[in-house]
Ligand binder design. Structure first.
Ligand code: AMP
Ligand code: MG
Length: 419
């Protein structure tokens, strides 16, 4: 049974007494995970609209793929037992145009790649291993019995489960479903996510800055990250640090969305105020997580909506999104969890770090003399957003790790793979 957040929130005062540095990244992830019940409503979409959607049902194949034994080569289909003699070529099988007659003794057919191998033949020889003289062909290099034939069902057999429920559909899956003749598919409904940025200092691009103002970058990075996940995104804009407006915006957003995300307003000075607001209307816990960047993080429920309060510093917003919110949203979408891909590579520069916190430094993976290596992007402050743009990976340094010398192996999480 799911634990009740209310039990934990009613203990919020003990959370306050709790050593703020004691919540590890792993603990926070597990904590959040317990409260995530996936959406249950489903809808049917066409294959072309299925990219990034989450399967609500497992897919089993109604077909053998390939549907028939077919040739893997351009060559000749023959009976292996007759390989020693010249064979008369009595016809041709093309892909999509089978050879439908019998093959008499000491005969064979020409066959193209993908063409059905007639039941009378048991082997295909590639053209390059034969010599032809008038209407006969001699097999110069006899292949093994059954060679060069792709067997019916060797990719997928009838009744086989090809995709599990909870699988997030990628381009290859769209092709796979098409190869099974499936044109429509049942998926979970899309998650509705609202977000807004808090801060009196924020101005949108296109407007001029007054003294002390800054451009709102989180609005755009959050928009991008949420769209990449395939959520229906409501951008509620910049909300001033005004209790009345914040309260109104938060409640309206929570009433109509599965998830509400805010950036800013959860650090020490402002947290008390947000805490009061959220305590009045919801069940929200504020944490200091022993990570860098991204220490302050709030998670909880406002009505039925999940709430994530991310720190305002632009790198911290992105790191907390990728390390906590992204998996949570995938869980809510009904997607099966997959651990982020990570591996160890040599870091070519020294790394500054004190033990005690998990750090997500920004790194650049590069190839040198056939070996992948990583270097940091340089200055690692949580306001240095250019580091996220330059980087192609996080360098994940665990709590115990201290300063590292150049040449040490470090764990990296690449931002992009092949697909
Ligand atoms: P806060 O978490 O509200 O205390 O903000 C921490 C830092 O991040 C401050 O320097 C803010 O000016 C900055 N900041 C907050 N929100 C944004 C935003 N949406 N875009 C860019 N910087 C922000
Ligand atoms: Mg602020």
């Amino acid at each position: 049974m799911q634990p009740q957040l209310s039990d934990l929130v009613s203990n919020a005062s003990c959370m306050d007494d709790y050593d703020p540095n004691a919540m590890s990244v792993t603990q926070a992830r597990h904590f959040i995970q317990q409260f995530l019940t996936p959406v249950s409503e489903t809808e049917t979409v066409t294959l072309k609209n299925s990219l990034g959607r989450v399967l609500a049902v497992p897919v089993t194949s109604g077909l053998n793929v390939p549907g028939h034994n077919n040739s893997a080569m351009d060559g000749f289909a023959f009976r292996h037992a007759e390989a020693g003699k010249p064979l008369k070529v009595i016809g041709t099988a093309f892909a999509g145009k089978p050879f439908n007659a019998e093959i008499p003794a000491d005969c064979c057919i020409r066959i193209m790649t993908g063409a059905v191998v007639p039941a009378d033949a048991d082997t295909v020889v590639m053209q390059e291993h034969t010599s032809t003289k008038s209407e006969s062909v001699t097999i110069e290099r006899v292949p093994a019995l059954g060679a060069n034939i792709r067997l019916a069902g060797e990719d997928i057999a009838i009744g086989q489960t090809v995709l599990a429920r909870g699988h997030r559909l990628q381009a290859a899956d769209m092709g796979l479903l098409a190869s099974l003749g499936i044109g429509e598919i049942e998926v979970y409904r899309t998650l509705k996510v609202a977000f807004f940025s808090t801060g009196d200092e924020l101005v949108d691009p296109g407007k001029s800055l007054q003294p002390g103002q800054i451009y709102n970058s989180n609005r755009y990075s959050l928009w991008g990250m949420l769209h990449a996940l395939g959520a229906i995104v409501s951008d509620l804009g910049n909300v001033a640090d005004d209790p009345v407006i914040l309260e109104k915006t938060l409640l309206a957003a929570a009433a109509e969305h599965d998830v509400v995300i805010t950036s800013g307003g959860v650090s020490v000075g402002e947290a008390d105020f947000m805490k009061q607001l959220l305590a009045k209307h919801g069940q929200v816990l504020f944490w200091k997580i022993n990570m860098k960047p991204g220490r302050p993080l709030a998670y909880g429920k406002i009505g039925n909506a999940h709430y994530f309060g991310l720190p305002g510093n632009p790198v911290a917003t992105m790191v907390t999104f990728y390390q906590f919110v992204q998996d949570a949203l995938k869980d809510l979408m009904g997607a099966n969890r997959m651990a982020a891909i990570s591996f160890a590579v040599e870091c070519v520069n020294a790394i500054k770090k004190a033990p005690g916190r998990t750090e997500f430094q920004r790194g650049i993976l590069f190839k040198e003399e056939e070996h992948w290596k990583v270097k940091t992007t340089g200055e690692q402050g949580s306001g240095i957003l250019s580091s996220m743009s330059q980087a192609n990976c996080f360098i994940v340094l665990n709590e115990k790790t201290g300063a590292l010398q150049a040449g040490t192996l470090v764990e990296v999480q690449p931002f992009h793979g092949v697909c």
